[in-house]
Write a protein that binds this ligand. Structure first.
Ligand SMILES: [Zn+2]
Length: 383
Protein backbone atom coordinates (compact mmCIF):
# COMPACT_ATOMS: atom_id res chain seq x y z
CA UNK A 1 0.00 0.00 0.00
CA UNK A 2 1.48 3.34 -1.05
CA UNK A 3 0.28 5.73 1.59
CA UNK A 4 1.08 8.74 -0.52
CA UNK A 5 -1.82 7.73 -2.71
CA UNK A 6 -3.87 5.43 -0.57
CA UNK A 7 -5.05 7.48 2.36
CA UNK A 8 -8.72 6.54 2.14
CA UNK A 9 -8.60 3.09 3.77
CA UNK A 10 -6.27 4.39 6.46
CA UNK A 11 -8.75 7.03 7.59
CA UNK A 12 -11.83 4.87 7.05
CA UNK A 13 -10.38 2.60 9.74
CA UNK A 14 -10.22 5.63 12.02
CA UNK A 15 -13.81 6.80 11.53
CA UNK A 16 -14.90 5.72 15.01
CA UNK A 17 -12.06 7.66 16.63
CA UNK A 18 -12.88 10.73 14.57
CA UNK A 19 -16.55 10.49 15.54
CA UNK A 20 -15.62 10.16 19.18
CA UNK A 21 -13.50 13.31 18.99
CA UNK A 22 -16.31 15.15 17.19
CA UNK A 23 -18.78 14.15 19.86
CA UNK A 24 -16.51 15.39 22.63
CA UNK A 25 -16.03 18.72 20.83
CA UNK A 26 -19.75 19.20 20.22
CA UNK A 27 -20.38 18.48 23.89
CA UNK A 28 -18.11 21.37 24.91
CA UNK A 29 -20.47 24.17 23.95
CA UNK A 30 -18.63 27.29 22.79
CA UNK A 31 -20.83 30.28 21.89
CA UNK A 32 -18.77 33.20 20.55
CA UNK A 33 -19.86 35.64 23.27
CA UNK A 34 -19.05 33.33 26.19
CA UNK A 35 -15.31 33.54 26.82
CA UNK A 36 -15.08 30.87 29.55
CA UNK A 37 -17.00 28.42 27.35
CA UNK A 38 -14.88 29.05 24.24
CA UNK A 39 -11.74 28.79 26.39
CA UNK A 40 -12.85 25.36 27.64
CA UNK A 41 -13.15 24.22 24.05
CA UNK A 42 -9.78 25.83 23.26
CA UNK A 43 -8.01 24.01 26.09
CA UNK A 44 -9.37 20.72 24.83
CA UNK A 45 -8.29 21.40 21.23
CA UNK A 46 -4.85 22.63 22.38
CA UNK A 47 -4.28 19.36 24.23
CA UNK A 48 -5.44 17.30 21.23
CA UNK A 49 -3.11 19.28 18.94
CA UNK A 50 -0.16 18.71 21.29
CA UNK A 51 -0.90 15.00 21.23
CA UNK A 52 -0.83 15.17 17.44
CA UNK A 53 2.66 16.64 17.62
CA UNK A 54 2.05 20.39 17.58
CA UNK A 55 3.64 23.18 19.49
CA UNK A 56 0.70 25.27 20.66
CA UNK A 57 0.66 28.96 21.58
CA UNK A 58 -2.28 30.70 23.20
CA UNK A 59 -3.08 34.21 21.98
CA UNK A 60 -4.89 35.68 25.00
CA UNK A 61 -7.95 37.84 24.55
CA UNK A 62 -9.91 39.79 27.13
CA UNK A 63 -13.33 39.85 25.47
CA UNK A 64 -13.46 36.78 23.24
CA UNK A 65 -12.05 33.32 23.79
CA UNK A 66 -8.29 32.92 23.37
CA UNK A 67 -7.09 32.01 19.88
CA UNK A 68 -4.77 29.03 19.39
CA UNK A 69 -1.81 28.82 17.06
CA UNK A 70 -0.57 25.24 16.53
CA UNK A 71 2.62 24.58 14.58
CA UNK A 72 4.02 21.42 13.01
CA UNK A 73 7.51 21.46 11.44
CA UNK A 74 7.95 20.60 7.75
CA UNK A 75 10.70 19.00 5.67
CA UNK A 76 12.19 22.39 4.81
CA UNK A 77 11.76 24.66 7.77
CA UNK A 78 12.78 27.90 6.10
CA UNK A 79 10.35 28.11 3.25
CA UNK A 80 6.84 29.45 3.37
CA UNK A 81 4.36 27.11 4.97
CA UNK A 82 0.73 26.05 4.91
CA UNK A 83 -1.73 28.11 6.94
CA UNK A 84 -4.86 26.23 8.00
CA UNK A 85 -7.84 28.10 9.43
CA UNK A 86 -10.69 26.81 11.52
CA UNK A 87 -12.69 28.16 14.43
CA UNK A 88 -13.60 27.15 17.96
CA UNK A 89 -16.73 29.25 18.43
CA UNK A 90 -20.30 28.47 17.39
CA UNK A 91 -23.53 30.45 17.00
CA UNK A 92 -25.30 28.31 19.63
CA UNK A 93 -25.90 29.61 23.19
CA UNK A 94 -25.17 27.47 26.24
CA UNK A 95 -28.04 25.06 26.85
CA UNK A 96 -28.65 24.26 23.18
CA UNK A 97 -27.00 20.89 23.73
CA UNK A 98 -29.55 19.98 26.41
CA UNK A 99 -32.35 20.70 23.92
CA UNK A 100 -30.68 19.07 20.95
CA UNK A 101 -28.07 16.60 22.17
CA UNK A 102 -25.53 14.78 20.00
CA UNK A 103 -27.42 12.28 17.87
CA UNK A 104 -26.28 9.58 15.48
CA UNK A 105 -28.61 8.60 12.64
CA UNK A 106 -27.08 5.34 11.47
CA UNK A 107 -29.35 4.83 8.48
CA UNK A 108 -28.70 8.28 7.06
CA UNK A 109 -25.03 8.08 7.95
CA UNK A 110 -25.32 11.44 9.69
CA UNK A 111 -24.54 12.95 13.08
CA UNK A 112 -26.36 15.93 14.53
CA UNK A 113 -25.49 18.42 17.25
CA UNK A 114 -24.96 22.18 17.70
CA UNK A 115 -21.86 23.32 15.82
CA UNK A 116 -21.03 19.82 14.58
CA UNK A 117 -20.51 20.92 10.98
CA UNK A 118 -19.58 24.55 11.60
CA UNK A 119 -16.89 24.20 12.58
CA UNK A 120 -16.10 21.38 15.00
CA UNK A 121 -15.82 18.67 12.36
CA UNK A 122 -13.08 20.81 10.80
CA UNK A 123 -10.93 20.58 13.91
CA UNK A 124 -11.44 16.81 13.76
CA UNK A 125 -10.39 16.65 10.10
CA UNK A 126 -7.29 18.79 10.72
CA UNK A 127 -6.15 16.87 13.80
CA UNK A 128 -6.78 13.48 12.18
CA UNK A 129 -4.83 14.42 9.05
CA UNK A 130 -1.82 15.68 10.99
CA UNK A 131 -1.86 12.80 13.43
CA UNK A 132 -2.19 10.32 10.55
CA UNK A 133 0.84 11.74 8.74
CA UNK A 134 2.90 11.52 11.91
CA UNK A 135 1.63 8.02 12.65
CA UNK A 136 2.78 6.60 9.32
CA UNK A 137 5.95 8.69 9.22
CA UNK A 138 5.25 10.82 6.16
CA UNK A 139 6.75 14.29 6.39
CA UNK A 140 4.81 17.45 5.74
CA UNK A 141 6.15 19.06 2.61
CA UNK A 142 6.03 22.44 4.31
CA UNK A 143 5.66 23.61 7.90
CA UNK A 144 2.03 23.77 9.00
CA UNK A 145 0.43 26.49 11.11
CA UNK A 146 -3.16 26.10 12.22
CA UNK A 147 -5.05 29.08 13.64
CA UNK A 148 -8.06 27.98 15.67
CA UNK A 149 -9.77 31.31 16.18
CA UNK A 150 -12.36 32.05 18.81
CA UNK A 151 -14.51 34.74 17.20
CA UNK A 152 -15.18 33.72 13.59
CA UNK A 153 -18.94 33.75 13.97
CA UNK A 154 -18.91 37.37 15.15
CA UNK A 155 -16.74 38.69 12.33
CA UNK A 156 -13.21 37.69 13.52
CA UNK A 157 -12.62 41.19 14.86
CA UNK A 158 -10.07 40.05 17.44
CA UNK A 159 -8.43 37.37 15.25
CA UNK A 160 -8.23 39.17 11.90
CA UNK A 161 -4.79 40.72 12.53
CA UNK A 162 -3.40 37.36 13.68
CA UNK A 163 -4.78 35.58 10.60
CA UNK A 164 -3.43 38.26 8.28
CA UNK A 165 0.01 38.20 9.90
CA UNK A 166 0.22 34.40 9.64
CA UNK A 167 -0.97 34.45 6.03
CA UNK A 168 2.00 36.66 5.08
CA UNK A 169 4.22 33.65 5.85
CA UNK A 170 2.05 31.18 3.96
CA UNK A 171 2.53 29.71 0.50
CA UNK A 172 -1.16 28.79 0.50
CA UNK A 173 -4.07 29.04 2.92
CA UNK A 174 -6.39 26.08 3.48
CA UNK A 175 -9.55 27.33 5.09
CA UNK A 176 -11.12 24.36 6.82
CA UNK A 177 -14.72 25.45 6.87
CA UNK A 178 -17.64 23.21 5.88
CA UNK A 179 -17.78 22.17 2.23
CA UNK A 180 -20.88 22.97 0.23
CA UNK A 181 -23.68 20.41 0.79
CA UNK A 182 -22.69 18.71 -2.49
CA UNK A 183 -19.10 18.42 -1.24
CA UNK A 184 -17.77 21.20 -3.47
CA UNK A 185 -14.90 23.39 -2.30
CA UNK A 186 -15.47 27.13 -2.18
CA UNK A 187 -13.65 29.13 -4.81
CA UNK A 188 -15.65 32.32 -4.38
CA UNK A 189 -17.36 33.90 -1.41
CA UNK A 190 -19.34 37.08 -1.19
CA UNK A 191 -18.09 39.96 0.91
CA UNK A 192 -20.20 41.29 3.76
CA UNK A 193 -20.94 44.74 5.08
CA UNK A 194 -23.02 45.75 8.07
CA UNK A 195 -24.78 49.06 8.63
CA UNK A 196 -26.89 50.69 11.29
CA UNK A 197 -29.26 53.33 9.97
CA UNK A 198 -30.87 55.59 12.58
CA UNK A 199 -33.67 58.06 11.92
CA UNK A 200 -34.08 60.93 14.38
CA UNK A 201 -37.28 62.96 14.60
CA UNK A 202 -39.02 64.97 17.30
CA UNK A 203 -41.07 63.44 20.13
CA UNK A 204 -44.40 65.05 20.95
CA UNK A 205 -47.77 64.01 22.41
CA UNK A 206 -49.60 62.00 19.76
CA UNK A 207 -52.94 63.50 20.81
CA UNK A 208 -52.36 67.14 21.72
CA UNK A 209 -49.30 67.93 19.62
CA UNK A 210 -49.23 65.50 16.67
CA UNK A 211 -48.55 68.22 14.15
CA UNK A 212 -45.37 69.38 15.86
CA UNK A 213 -43.90 65.90 15.97
CA UNK A 214 -41.48 64.35 13.48
CA UNK A 215 -42.09 60.63 13.29
CA UNK A 216 -38.75 58.77 13.15
CA UNK A 217 -40.46 55.46 12.36
CA UNK A 218 -42.13 56.97 9.30
CA UNK A 219 -38.78 58.33 8.14
CA UNK A 220 -37.08 54.99 8.72
CA UNK A 221 -39.85 53.15 6.86
CA UNK A 222 -38.99 55.11 3.71
CA UNK A 223 -35.31 54.33 4.17
CA UNK A 224 -36.03 50.62 4.66
CA UNK A 225 -37.79 50.50 1.29
CA UNK A 226 -34.87 52.28 -0.36
CA UNK A 227 -32.39 49.85 1.24
CA UNK A 228 -34.37 46.75 0.31
CA UNK A 229 -34.65 48.13 -3.22
CA UNK A 230 -30.86 48.06 -3.59
CA UNK A 231 -30.92 44.25 -3.82
CA UNK A 232 -29.93 43.07 -7.29
CA UNK A 233 -29.89 39.29 -7.62
CA UNK A 234 -28.52 39.46 -11.17
CA UNK A 235 -25.23 40.94 -9.96
CA UNK A 236 -25.30 38.99 -6.69
CA UNK A 237 -25.95 41.93 -4.38
CA UNK A 238 -28.33 41.52 -1.47
CA UNK A 239 -29.37 44.12 1.09
CA UNK A 240 -31.29 42.78 4.05
CA UNK A 241 -32.84 44.93 6.75
CA UNK A 242 -32.82 42.26 9.41
CA UNK A 243 -33.65 44.17 12.58
CA UNK A 244 -35.67 47.27 13.38
CA UNK A 245 -36.43 49.07 16.59
CA UNK A 246 -38.16 52.36 17.27
CA UNK A 247 -40.49 54.40 19.40
CA UNK A 248 -41.50 54.15 23.02
CA UNK A 249 -45.31 54.00 23.27
CA UNK A 250 -48.27 54.44 20.98
CA UNK A 251 -49.31 57.86 22.28
CA UNK A 252 -45.91 59.40 21.62
CA UNK A 253 -44.61 60.51 18.21
CA UNK A 254 -41.39 58.47 18.05
CA UNK A 255 -38.13 60.35 18.24
CA UNK A 256 -35.82 57.55 17.24
CA UNK A 257 -35.87 54.42 15.06
CA UNK A 258 -33.03 52.13 14.04
CA UNK A 259 -32.51 49.49 11.34
CA UNK A 260 -29.63 47.05 11.11
CA UNK A 261 -28.64 45.99 7.64
CA UNK A 262 -26.65 43.09 6.18
CA UNK A 263 -25.13 43.60 2.72
CA UNK A 264 -23.51 40.93 0.50
CA UNK A 265 -21.55 41.59 -2.68
CA UNK A 266 -19.66 39.45 -5.17
CA UNK A 267 -16.96 41.93 -6.15
CA UNK A 268 -14.90 44.62 -4.45
CA UNK A 269 -16.09 47.15 -7.05
CA UNK A 270 -19.72 46.41 -6.26
CA UNK A 271 -18.85 46.76 -2.56
CA UNK A 272 -17.60 50.30 -3.18
CA UNK A 273 -20.69 51.17 -5.23
CA UNK A 274 -23.21 49.90 -2.69
CA UNK A 275 -21.33 51.48 0.24
CA UNK A 276 -21.52 54.86 -1.50
CA UNK A 277 -25.25 54.38 -2.13
CA UNK A 278 -25.95 53.54 1.51
CA UNK A 279 -23.74 56.25 2.93
CA UNK A 280 -25.39 58.87 0.77
CA UNK A 281 -28.91 58.15 2.05
CA UNK A 282 -30.63 61.41 3.04
CA UNK A 283 -33.81 61.94 5.02
CA UNK A 284 -37.06 62.33 3.12
CA UNK A 285 -38.63 64.64 5.67
CA UNK A 286 -36.64 67.88 5.93
CA UNK A 287 -37.29 67.91 9.70
CA UNK A 288 -35.83 64.44 10.29
CA UNK A 289 -32.18 63.52 10.50
CA UNK A 290 -30.45 60.34 9.42
CA UNK A 291 -27.28 58.74 10.77
CA UNK A 292 -25.56 55.92 8.87
CA UNK A 293 -22.80 53.89 10.52
CA UNK A 294 -20.94 50.78 9.41
CA UNK A 295 -19.05 49.45 6.43
CA UNK A 296 -17.37 46.42 4.93
CA UNK A 297 -16.64 43.67 7.48
CA UNK A 298 -15.20 41.02 5.13
CA UNK A 299 -14.05 41.76 1.57
CA UNK A 300 -15.35 39.42 -1.16
CA UNK A 301 -13.25 36.44 -2.20
CA UNK A 302 -13.63 36.65 -5.94
CA UNK A 303 -13.04 33.73 -8.27
CA UNK A 304 -9.54 34.46 -9.58
CA UNK A 305 -6.15 32.78 -10.13
CA UNK A 306 -5.67 33.12 -6.34
CA UNK A 307 -8.51 30.68 -5.73
CA UNK A 308 -8.48 28.72 -9.00
CA UNK A 309 -4.73 27.95 -8.89
CA UNK A 310 -4.86 26.07 -5.57
CA UNK A 311 -8.17 24.51 -6.57
CA UNK A 312 -6.73 22.97 -9.75
CA UNK A 313 -3.74 21.68 -7.82
CA UNK A 314 -5.97 20.15 -5.17
CA UNK A 315 -8.08 18.57 -7.90
CA UNK A 316 -5.00 16.85 -9.33
CA UNK A 317 -3.89 15.56 -5.93
CA UNK A 318 -7.44 14.40 -5.14
CA UNK A 319 -7.62 12.55 -8.45
CA UNK A 320 -4.76 10.31 -7.25
CA UNK A 321 -6.96 9.40 -4.27
CA UNK A 322 -9.79 8.55 -6.62
CA UNK A 323 -11.74 11.65 -5.60
CA UNK A 324 -13.18 14.16 -8.01
CA UNK A 325 -13.30 17.61 -6.51
CA UNK A 326 -15.71 20.28 -7.63
CA UNK A 327 -15.74 23.97 -6.81
CA UNK A 328 -18.55 26.42 -6.20
CA UNK A 329 -19.43 29.72 -4.62
CA UNK A 330 -21.38 30.82 -1.57
CA UNK A 331 -22.98 33.93 -0.13
CA UNK A 332 -21.45 33.35 3.30
CA UNK A 333 -18.10 34.88 4.20
CA UNK A 334 -15.27 33.24 6.14
CA UNK A 335 -11.72 34.05 7.21
CA UNK A 336 -10.64 33.01 3.70
CA UNK A 337 -12.03 36.36 2.56
CA UNK A 338 -9.27 38.13 4.51
CA UNK A 339 -6.36 36.07 3.19
CA UNK A 340 -7.54 36.08 -0.44
CA UNK A 341 -7.97 39.87 -0.26
CA UNK A 342 -4.28 40.11 0.74
CA UNK A 343 -3.25 38.21 -2.38
CA UNK A 344 -2.43 34.90 -0.69
CA UNK A 345 -3.55 31.81 -2.68
CA UNK A 346 -6.50 30.43 -0.75
CA UNK A 347 -8.57 27.27 -0.89
CA UNK A 348 -11.74 27.11 1.19
CA UNK A 349 -14.40 24.57 2.11
CA UNK A 350 -11.99 21.78 3.01
CA UNK A 351 -14.01 20.81 6.08
CA UNK A 352 -16.59 18.06 6.40
CA UNK A 353 -19.60 17.66 4.14
CA UNK A 354 -23.06 18.23 5.59
CA UNK A 355 -25.75 20.85 5.64
CA UNK A 356 -27.74 23.18 7.84
CA UNK A 357 -24.95 25.28 9.38
CA UNK A 358 -26.51 27.85 11.78
CA UNK A 359 -29.81 25.93 11.73
CA UNK A 360 -31.37 23.29 13.94
CA UNK A 361 -30.91 20.69 11.22
CA UNK A 362 -27.14 21.00 11.14
CA UNK A 363 -25.53 17.64 10.41
CA UNK A 364 -22.27 16.04 9.31
CA UNK A 365 -22.10 13.23 6.78
CA UNK A 366 -20.05 10.63 8.66
CA UNK A 367 -18.37 9.23 5.53
CA UNK A 368 -16.98 12.68 4.75
CA UNK A 369 -14.80 12.72 7.88
CA UNK A 370 -12.28 10.11 6.65
CA UNK A 371 -12.55 11.43 3.07
CA UNK A 372 -11.66 14.96 4.07
CA UNK A 373 -8.88 13.81 6.39
CA UNK A 374 -7.45 11.77 3.50
CA UNK A 375 -7.67 14.76 1.17
CA UNK A 376 -6.00 17.09 3.65
CA UNK A 377 -3.25 14.56 4.46
CA UNK A 378 -2.56 14.21 0.74
CA UNK A 379 -2.47 17.98 0.23
CA UNK A 380 -0.09 18.51 3.14
CA UNK A 381 2.30 15.77 2.04
CA UNK A 382 2.20 16.18 -1.74
CA UNK A 383 1.64 19.87 -2.49
ZN1 LIG B 1 -17.70 28.45 10.26
Amino acid sequence: MNLLYDWNPYFVQRTAEMLDLLRRLVEIESPSHDKPAVDRCGRFVAEAARQAGAEVTLVSQSRTGDHLVARWPGRKEREKGFLLLCHLDTVWPLGTLAERPWRVEEEQGRVYGPGCLDDKASAVVVLAALEGLRDVGIALCRPVTVVFNADEEIGSRSSRALIEAESARAEVVFCVEPARPDGALKIARKGTARYTVTALGRATHAGSDHEQGVNAIEELAHQILRLQGMTDYAVGTTVNVGYVQGGTRTNVVPERATARVDVRVRTAAEGVRIAAAIESLRSISPAARLAVEGGLSRPPMEESPLTMGPFRRAQAIAADLGMSLTGGSTGGASDANFTAALGVPTLDGLGAVGDGAHSEDEYVLVSSLPERAALLAALLSRW
